[in-house]
Ligand binder design. Structure first.
Ligand code: MN
Length: 239
């Protein structure tokens, strides 16, 4: 039977009376191609539902989206903070813990990386351009598949072995980023301005976060498919 990977998504309001989950097709198609069954995770809040999700799914992908509520990592909201989704923060924080307890693979993309870090005791830049000096433009004005800035991958990291390269170019659609890395994690890649662009756990089977959007790149730049296939390899190996 195919292994099952759950994806979190945006709580999208179609109109004031109708809301539901939105997950970009780039994520689900990459996972299906890599050989697992991608399943969109509904907005459920009961503790037994969270644990049933973690029991029944073999891996978790935290997708891109809104900002993380800074009061969740011990800061007051500052000017420059964007839209926050309390429902999504709540759901994803609890899913991260439930999957981690079971040592099931987690891949965090953009907001997903930030949520992972905040949920596990790290902090975030609420708005890079207001808080950090001399930063690059991390919100590119170009198609989603365009590679806009360089990223330097640290030797000896899992990310380096996945990508097989120490310098790559990535797309960039973020204004927040990891500031203090959560305990047990190491930085795997940075951009030229020192912004953390990827990190990974040293203590788990597979927990990796990237700040860019491989789901918008893999069709045009096959190198980025390797992130999904490496994650799926870890999922396939788990029992
Ligand atoms: Mn960037």
């Amino acid at each position: 039977m195919r292994k099952r990977v759950g994806l979190t998504g945006l709580l999208h309001h179609l109109n004031p009376d109708v809301k539901g989950v939105f997950v970009g097709e780039g994520y689900t198609s990459a996972l299906a191609k890599a050989g697992v069954l991608p399943l969109v995770i509904p907005y459920l809040y009961e503790e037994d539902e969270i644990h049933a999700l973690a029991e029944n799914l073999d891996g978790l992908v935290l997708t891109g989206g809104e900002d993380v509520d800074p009061t969740r990592f011990g800061e007051e909201p500052l000017p420059g903070l964007g839209e926050v989704s309390p429902e999504r923060d709540d759901l994803e924080y609890r899913l991260v813990r439930a999957f981690m307890e079971r040592d099931k693979p987690i891949l965090g993309i953009c907001r997903g990386m930030q949520v992972l870090n905040a949920a596990l005791g790290g902090t975030l830049w609420q708005d890079l351009s207001r808080q950090k000096k001399r930063v690059l433009q991390h919100r590119q004005n170009a198609p989603r598949w365009h590679l806009s800035h360089h990223v330097f991958v640290y030797e000896g990291t899992r990310l380096a072995s996945i990508l097989g390269s120490s310098e790559i170019k990535v797309n960039s659609f973020h204004h927040q980023a990891v500031k203090d890395v959560a305990p047990g994690f190491i930085v795997s890649a940075v951009s030229a301005d020192g912004v953390i662009e990827a990190f990974e756990s040293r203590e788990h089977r597979f927990i990796l976060g990237v700040q860019w959007h491989p789901e918008n790149l893999w069709r045009k730049h096959p190198l980025f498919y390797s992130l999904f296939s490496a994650f799926v390899d870890a999922v396939q190996q788990s029992c």
